[in-house]
Design a protein around this ligand. Structure first.
Ligand SMILES: Cc1cc2nc3c(=O)[nH]c(=O)nc-3n(C[C@H](O)[C@H](O)[C@H](O)COP(=O)(O)OP(=O)(O)OC[C@H]3O[C@@H](n4cnc5c(N)ncnc54)[C@H](O)[C@@H]3O)c2cc1C
Length: 333
């Protein structure tokens, strides 16, 4: 077998033939065609992966290139980033994946660059890193607030951008509406090459992601807009929000020149509120008026009924969240 390299927790590269026999757990080694051969390995790739292994996961692979990752995914391996969603499979009464693929060794996925034209955010960027890096930039501050207020500090240190947006079953993602408002594009690696999908298109197609699409990064065009994010958790920090409004707006002489508004957690998938955008463009920047207009247009949503909140409640708080998002920007526009 023509072995590819995989990497263990300590960052040490190894391949078939160089492997030490005292290791006890199982990893797989893939050749260039993706064919796998089991080897023993107790060097798990991260704390989270170690925990999931003890809870019944099978093999954990740690590829060093996107091609190796795609080959493993083609054979059924499930990507694992921060593991904060994957590890909760039993709570959702879902089976644990038999073979996991750590993305931690894919260096490009950890890159984060911000220049005057584009913010390029690697899929493995954690929420806390996003929050810190984006906060100084007015046009990116909605995404910074989404990342910095999601979940709790422990989760924010490990949960990633890619993991947050990959799961179609996760309705309350904070990053999805913020990325919609920011006009983001998702860059995917697939067996047939790289694809750049506008966030809307990505969200509509991501249910099939498990069959081969690997999120590499998200790109956001820089703009002279201001952005804000308003969310409502039901009880305390750490709860999922029952409704989210993200806005990105440019204001000229007190009038709204352009605006993108995105709503999360209300329907199963985040989406733009284009009817409200159309109503507000060309009008004065006025939080109270924006709330009043929003109240007339909530019937365009089919709100989720779920254990945290009934659908009618999600709709009733949307206009208030919109006003709060407007108020956050009022001093700066
Ligand atoms: C108590 C708690 C509260 C939370 N509250 C919030 C909140 O308020 N707001 C919020 O937005 N999030 C919240 N989260 C986080 C959220 O629920 C997910 O757990 C998290 O976003 C998943 O990110 P991850 O990196 O851990 O993904 P993982 O669990 O590693 O993976 C999740 C899914 O994404 C896939 N995946 C991961 N990376 C990629 C990639 N690069 N390409 C393709 N597929 C990929 C995996 O295969 C898996 O299917 C909370 C989590 C917890 C535990």
């Amino acid at each position: 077998m023509d072995a590819c390299h995989f990497r263990c927790a300590e960052g040490q590269a190894f391949e078939k033939g160089h492997f030490e026999r005292e290791q006890t757990r199982t990893c797989a080694l893939f050749d260039k065609t993706g064919a796998a051969e089991s080897i023993d390995c107790s060097l798990f790739i991260s704390g989270a992966a170690k925990m999931t292994a003890q809870n019944g996961f099978g093999q954990i692979l740690s590829p060093l290139s996107v091609d190796e990752a795609l080959a493993a995914m083609a054979h059924g391996a499930v990507p694992i980033a921060g593991a904060t969603w994957v590890m909760r499979a039993p709570l959702r009464h879902e089976p644990l994946p038999g073979q996991l693929l750590s993305l931690s060794g894919l260096n490009d996925l950890h890159d984060l660059t911000i220049d005057t034209k584009c913010a390029s955010l690697g899929a493995m960027t954690t929420h806390d890193k996003l929050a810190v890096a984006l906060a100084p930039h007015a046009d990116l501050s909605g995404l910074a607030a989404a990342a910095g207020n999601s979940a709790n500090p422990g989760i924010r240190r490990v949960a990633t951008l890619g993991g947050n947006i990959a799961t179609s079953a996760f309705a309350a993602s904070d990053l999805a509406p913020a990325l919609l408002a920011a006009d983001a594009t998702v860059i995917l690696a697939t067996a047939s090459g790289q694809k750049a999908l506008p966030m809307e298109t990505f969200l509509a197609s991501r249910a099939g992601l498990g069959h081969g699409g690997l999120i590499l990064r998200v790109e956001i065009p820089r703009s002279p807009r201001n952005a804000a994010h308003a969310r409502l958790p039901m009880r305390k920090a750490g709860d999922y929000p029952c409704a989210i409004v993200s806005i990105s707006v440019s204001v000229l002489a007190g009038m709204i020149a352009d605006i993108r508004i995105a709503v999360g957690a209300v329907e199963p998938t985040a989406r733009r509120w284009t009817a409200l955008e159309d109503r507000l463009i060309g009008t004065a920047y006025d939080p109270a008026r924006a709330e009043a207009e929003a109240r007339k247009l909530t019937d365009g949503f089919t709100a989720r009924e779920a254990i945290d909140a009934p659908g009618w409640y999600r709709l009733s708080v949307l206009p208030v969240l919109l006003r709060r998002a407007f108020l956050k920007l009022q001093a700066g526009v």
